[in-house]
Design a protein around this ligand. Structure first.
Ligand SMILES: Cc1cc2nc3c(=O)[nH]c(=O)nc-3n(C[C@H](O)[C@H](O)[C@H](O)COP(=O)(O)OP(=O)(O)OC[C@H]3O[C@@H](n4cnc5c(N)ncnc54)[C@H](O)[C@@H]3O)c2cc1C
Ligand code: SF4
Length: 478
């Protein structure tokens, strides 16, 4: 423990952001990190609790009190070793994790948790800047071959762990770049792609065989996979978006969020875009359906494009500012959240149901909606009903559907392999991450449904451990 009385002496201090006016003029990250002295004092606030609830809050089980203490004492190189012991890509979680660890920090009982996420990010950024992070190629090869399909955080983590255990790993990706949603989906202003690319290069230097532009099920069949590899790990994400089948859905101007976000990632790389897919919100009246991460990313991107007006609509009611009594610490607080994109502009509407889209000459001109109320039924489950006489229209030129993802695409090689699905359409795999087909494993959003990067890394690591045990009869992977 850094300083026994640290939590009483020092206030929580967070990093800053560049001013809104400045940052909306570009697509780069805009966080202003804390100075080293401030970070040390923030590390000193950790109480090293007998029962560290933060461990439990973090899906990776990060050794948070250990590295808080090491940062307080200025032992940064040891801190990165401790951080890497549980997390392959802390520079990603340190930027975009919603930090459930901080929600469960004991100091959060008074709403002043340790700034865990910022300390995590500072440790790894410093380690990269200082040249402390180098490829870790295995010293011996086992002769076993593993195919990892899908190169998001789950696939990258699984590939890195399996390769370090000495297996020969091929990481297949249907897109032209490795990284999954970290590369194509999440905007650069939250996570610059150089940060992801740096790890891709590390994987290659460690000996992982990267195979972008390879659509498994199209370019390589399920039968080939079984013939050529001793084990398969399916990390294809949850990529089937929830649609809104209301009148007018076919109008030009109604798009899935990814049709809008991915081209912006490509534009930032300097890729040449097919004009048919070069979607911009510039000068448009935009409505975003969905209040989660994807919706918020559409908002930030639309603002940067110079949209005329933006409305973000959420079906659920506005959450409270404070924790309700049935949602106590250390649970994840179900409270109103404001992302950095919300600080930048746009209007938010809650408890609103879209009924139809209107258009002229095949082009979207308006969205028709109605207000709803949510009340518990006899069993206590909230039920939605429309408020009579509350119908209204919003004139708009672009609607972005950001209402979540249903399940992975399973019609191709997953079906050919014969893997069972669960009741939600995700790959069915138990605590050993093995699907119904021996030797075929699954991890990340494809297994658990749409989730978070931190969970994808955790699942990729755990699946790797189980695959290593399957191949070798025992495992030394963490
Ligand atoms: C817009 C957006 C913003 C988000 N923001 C955040 C955030 O701020 N914080 C956070 O923690 N989480 C966020 N998430 C969620 C997070 O990105 C996902 O939970 C995470 O990326 C899941 O990782 P994964 O490895 O399971 O799958 P993915 O990242 O989805 O990767 C799956 C990969 O598999 C590839 N693939 C699919 N089928 C095949 C095939 N047949 N052959 C070869 N390759 C295939 C896909 O092309 C893709 O690259 C966000 C999600 C979205 C959509
Ligand atoms: S990965 Fe997320 S939950 Fe875990 S320590 Fe980092 S910010 Fe907290």
């Amino acid at each position: 423990m850094g300083k026994i009385t640290g939590f009483k002496e020092y206030e929580r201090k967070s990093h800053g952001y560049h001013p809104v006016k400045e940052r909306v003029g570009h697509h780069h990250e805009f966080m202003v990190p804390l100075a080293e002295d401030d970070l040390k004092l923030q590390g000193a606030r950790c109480m090293d609790c007998g029962v560290p609830f933060c461990h439990n809050g973090c899906p990776l089980g990060n050794f948070i009190p250990d590295w808080n203490d090491l940062v307080y004492h200025g032992r940064w190189q040891e801190a990165i070793r401790r951080l890497h012991a549980t997390n392959n890509f802390p520079e990603v979680t340190g930027r975009i994790c919603p930090a459930p660890c901080e929600s469960s920090c004991v100091l959060n009982i008074h709403n002043t948790p340790v700034t865990i996420k910022q300390i995590e990010c500072a440790i790894v950024d410093r380690a990269f800047d200082s040249g402390w992070i180098a490829p870790e190629a295995p010293t011996r090869r086992t002769g076993k071959k593993v195919a990892v399909i899908g190169s998001g955080p789950a696939g990258m983590a699984a590939a890195q762990q399996l390769n370090r255990a000495g297996h020969t790993v091929t990481l297949f990706e249907r897109d032209d770049r490795i990284g999954g949603l970290m590369m194509y989906g999440i905007p650069d202003f939250k996570l610059e792609k150089r940060v992801v690319q740096r790890r891709v290069e590390q994987l290659a230097a460690e000996g992982v065989q990267l195979s972008p532009n390879t659509h498994v099920g199209v370019d390589i069949s399920a039968a080939q996979l079984r013939d050529e590899f001793d084990a398969v790990c399916i990390c294809v994400g949850s990529t089937v978006p929830r649609d809104l089948r209301v009148p007018g859905r076919e109008l030009s101007g109604v798009h899935f969020a990814m049709e809008f976000l991915v081209p912006q990632n490509r534009r930032n790389w300097g890729d040449r875009l097919d004009p048919a897919h070069d979607l911009l919100a510039t000068g448009k009246r935009v409505v975003i359906l969905g209040g989660g991460d994807t919706g918020s990313d559409c908002l930030g991107t639309s603002i940067r494009h110079g949209a005329k007006h933006i409305t973000q609509i959420e079906l659920l009611p506005e959450p409270p500012d404070q924790r309700p009594s049935d949602n106590p610490w250390p649970q994840w607080p179900r409270v109103m959240r404001e992302s950095t994109s919300h600080e930048e502009g746009g209007e938010r509407m809650f408890a609103t149901l879209t009924k139809s889209f209107e258009g002229k000459g095949g082009k979207l001109t308006a969205l028709n909606a109605v207000r709803v109320q949510w009340q518990p039924d006899a069993s206590g489950r909230p039920q939605m009903s429309e408020i009579p006489g509350s119908a209204f229209s919003i004139p708009c030129d672009m609607v972005l559907l950001a209402m979540g993802y249903l399940h992975p695409e399973t019609a191709g090689f997953v079906k050919d392999l014969g893997c069972d699905l669960d009741e939600r359409g995700n790959l069915k795999a138990g605590a050993d991450y093995q699907t119904s087909v021996p030797g075929v494993f699954a991890a990340g959003d494809a297994r658990r449904g749409q989730s978070l990067v931190v969970w994808a890394i955790a699942e990729g690591r755990q699946a790797a451990r189980q695959i290593d045990r399957y191949l070798m009869g025992e495992t030394h992977l963490p």
